[in-house]
Design a protein around this ligand. Sequence first.
Ligand SMILES: Nc1nc2c(ncn2[C@@H]2O[C@H](COP(=O)(O)OP(=O)(O)OP(=O)(O)O)[C@@H](O)[C@H]2O)c(=O)[nH]1
Ligand SMILES: [Mg+2]
Length: 477
Amino acid sequence: MAHSPIRAQLPRERDTIAAPATPAGRSALAVLRLSGPDALTILRNVFAPVRAERPWTPWRMRSGWIVGECGEPLDRALAVWMAAPTTHTGEDTAEISCHGSPIIVEKALRACVRQGARLADPGEFTRRAFLNGKISLAEAEAVCDMITAETETALETARRQLAGELSVRISAIREGALDALAEIEAHLDFAEEDIAPCDFNRLADSLDGCSEEVDALLAHSERGRRLRDGARIVAVGRVNVGKSSIFNSLIGMERAISTPHPGTTRDSIEARIDLRGFPVDLVDTAGIRPAADEIEAMGIERAKREIERADLLLWVIDGSVAPNREDYQVFRLVMDLQGLLIVNKSDLPESEQTGAFLHSIRQEAGEGSAWRLSPVRVSAKTRQGIGELEERIAQALGGAGGGPETSALVSNARHAAALESARRRLGDAGQSLRRAGEAELAAVDLRGAIQEFDGILGIDVGDEVLDRIFSRFCIGK
Ligand SMILES: Nc1nc2c(ncn2[C@@H]2O[C@H](COP(=O)(O)OP(=O)(O)OP(=O)(O)O)[C@@H](O)[C@H]2O)c(=O)[nH]1
Ligand SMILES: [Mg+2]
């Protein structure tokens, strides 16, 4: 490949980048993108419009031929160029829609590189959009989340973030904090002079207001995180209680073998499902009991490992028979973890001992333990209670049945951590103000809180943070 002179001279942020915007592999169409000051020049050199005599007009699609590195025609295609600054990246941009053959895409890309383009890094188009002030950092991150969203709800959360809802709310809180900081600094700078005294209590009240806004955003952040990153949910219990049957009911197909023979499931089985908007990895495991043979023993070992990895356990007991010591053995394994207790086979009369067992579990589970909550009664056979089980799982993952309209805007761990820290510092600033006299301390904390908001919005963030964020993107985004 020819080494381009343009590439050697320009700083990375100002050269022209190129990449396919569509995934590798065969498809009806593929799109190639260019962004940077030479987008039009390069486009002119790699694309020959059918009506060559006409000038290039921005935003007007043209039909023509892509021309390869050696001037050979590659593909009949459509091309458009868009003029800075009102483009996605804020730079001159060009797009070529060609036929979706990996060979055509590769050759067209080579032709662009020969003409002076550089292959884009992952996320570089979006990074430029951010650096050129087209989108905030939170919005840029939402682009990545949109592409990787696995459920409709996750997509909706990312879409709202892309629309700027989170940025707008955080900017408003930041403004409030900035106003307070300005007043405190004026007081500190001009304390000697004859200006109106600063009402610290009023300022502290307004900071409380900011903290509450942050709280409201954080209240749904766990839900947001789960919507984005999903959860691993593992069904456990002794043999024959109906774990595999419940697993099948939840995934909506007969995936795991279920038979009346205790010890049917020998290996862990996993399925990815959309559970009320949460991308969930659901795992069925071997029943826990003293193993009958080596294979079963290995299966039980795997089940125990799965218990440790789970975000949420579904501990299943059979309500129609008397619980036994194996059920207690399972309880010992799960007692300190998060989960839901499921009493299965509710289509059959409940054993007289089940109530006593549930009572003893509630007694033994510590204060605040998940196992103190009421169990869910289901019948995997008739599907009775499965809807309620799904609802309880969704609740456990962070918030009841709310649809995408609930304000689960904070889905990103980076944002959540910054908001937690901002809330702490706003609180500290408020306290310092109430103790009057400590205006300087309050100013330090307020500046810290504002810095956290800046970090989310992308004001004054360093390259290191940007590298970390944009490296998660795919090339061409
Ligand atoms: N009546 C009734 N039978 C059920 C129900 N759920 C499961 N069963 C039956 O209970 C037996 C065991 O079900 P499985 O789903 O294989 O139980 P498991 O916990 O996965 O068992 P192992 O894999 O052996 O540990 C099967 O005969 C199922 O048909 C239920 O809700 N009601
Ligand atoms: Mg099973």
